[in-house]
Design a protein around this ligand. Structure first.
Ligand SMILES: [Fe+2]
Length: 439
């Protein structure tokens, strides 16, 4: 019934489509200064010895000292793992799992960006249910087996307003043997609690706020325009319904609220670190978009992003630590978004128009045929306002790279099949071509 009303006349369960959707939600504590609740919250979960995961940069911040003091103040025994790699790999996941197995904590805390939180999920998984690494990795790369039971408690504390990793059951990493990103996706991976303190973003450079904020935008707009859950084939076993189940009435709520906030706050949050209202608004948008995409899934812009991130040659973003060439995740996603969403608009024009309007586009008088241009145009305006590169060309890619980029993206079938419109390798090549330059 809901589906027939919400999803353009498609009735629930017709033609083998799924007749229901599942909502997985985390316990969330949100508010400025709430990192001080960490110790009492860990105690309330019955924890006595926790493994605290972070990275070297975050470990040097006053925020880390506050988190540690809160845990110790509540009488907890704390072992610290501060060697999490940014852009984790199977090797760094396994190193973290070895640490966890030796430390024998009864619960976990992660304090950092998506890399830290995802690494902590993996360490918890492999320390709690040891297995050969590929056992739990998404098929067809791995065996895609579900964890055999629950994991230990995990309190996730994000320090960027972006990935939403604190509320999802997904852990993304680079599989070194393949040279490609893949992930582990299972409801058991979702942290038991998310402790979200907007003050954690006070020290973030503007460039990081911009890139991570555009990841939030992409989570919301892709989840909102994803293939509706009732058009995805019903699973033979209802307990095997995928996390990427498609757009549904629950995820729609988070997408709408996140897009309204990104439209209102992203530029302000980038421009001024002291604009607490804007930085807090972006943190809440990240949470809402994380809840939404954790229950709906993203599609083509994210699928294309893994080829961009994996094939970059010499791009070094400002505001990030020095090191090898890299493209921040949100940037790798957003450079594809205008081209990809112009392409998908014809499959769901009303949703693309609504998203453009929530982001601040003037949609008065616009019809279904204008949806793609209107949304792409608004995305480009926002990209320019927060100093993003001019498409993939601004990251060093050119016409000669299009075949390799398309080949790198077509393997992301879990994401591509969640798009509202079918996309093959030739279409991806065209989209990468359109994404080379926007202005
Ligand atoms: Fe993302």
């Amino acid at each position: 019934m809901v589906c027939a009303h919400q999803f353009a006349g498609v009735s629930v369960g017709i033609d083998g489509g799924d007749g229901a959707f599942t909502v997985d939600a985390s316990r969330i504590t949100f508010g400025r200064g709430c990192i001080g609740e960490l110790g009492p919250r860990a105690s309330a979960l019955g924890l006595r010895r926790v493994a605290l995961f972070t990275d070297r940069q975050v470990a040097a911040l006053p925020l880390f000292a506050r988190a540690l003091a809160s845990l110790r103040g509540a009488g907890l025994d704390v072992v610290v793992h501060d060697e999490v790699e940014i852009e984790p790999t199977d090797r760094s996941f396994l190193a973290a799992a070895r640490f966890a197995a030796e430390a024998r904590p009864d619960g976990f805390v992660s304090l950092g960006g998506g890399s830290v939180i995802d690494t902590c999920k993996a360490a918890n998984l492999y320390a709690t249910h040891p297995a050969e690494f590929l056992t739990y990795v998404n098929a067809p790369v791995g065996a895609g087996q579900p964890p055999p039971g629950p994991l230990r408690p995990h309190i996730a504390c994000p320090t960027t307003s972006g990935t939403g990793a604190e509320v999802t059951g997904i852990a993304i990493f680079d599989l070194l043997a393949l040279g490609a990103k893949t992930g582990i996706a299972a409801p058991q991976l979702r942290p038991s609690e998310a402790l979200i303190d907007p003050d954690a973003t006070a020290t973030l450079p503007a460039e990081v706020v911009a890139a991570s904020g555009l990841d939030v935008l992409a989570h919301a707009v892709e989840s909102y325009t994803a293939r509706p859950f009732c058009r995805r084939p019903a699973p033979a076993d209802p307990s095997k319904r995928p996390l990427s189940q498609g757009a549904n009435p629950w995820s729609d709520i988070g997408c709408r609220e996140a897009l309204l906030r990104v439209g209102a706050y992203l530029e302000r949050a980038v421009r001024c670190a002291d604009d607490h209202e804007a930085r807090e608004g972006m943190m809440w948008a990240a949470t809402l978009a994380g809840i939404a995409f954790g229950n709906a899934g993203v599609h083509i812009p994210h699928g294309m992003s893994y080829a961009i991130a994996g094939q970059v040659r010499d791009y070094h973003p400002r505001g990030y630590p020095e090191g090898p060439a890299m493209v921040p995740h949100g940037m790798a996603v957003i450079v594809n978004a205008p081209a990809a969403l112009r392409f998908t608009a014809e499959a769901a024009p009303t949703r693309h128009l609504e998203a453009a309007g929530w982001l601040g586009a003037d949609a008065r008088g616009a019809g279904p045929g204008d949806a793609g241009e209107l949304l792409a145009g608004r995305l480009v305006e926002i990209m320019r306002a927060v100093a993003m590169p001019n498409g993939a060309g601004g990251l060093g890619f050119g016409e000669a790279d299009l075949d390799a980029l398309a080949a790198g993206a077509i393997v992301q079938q879990r994401l591509l099949q969640n798009a509202p419109r079918a996309v093959d390798e030739a279409a991806l090549r065209r989209l990468f071509g359109e994404a080379l330059r926007y202005w």
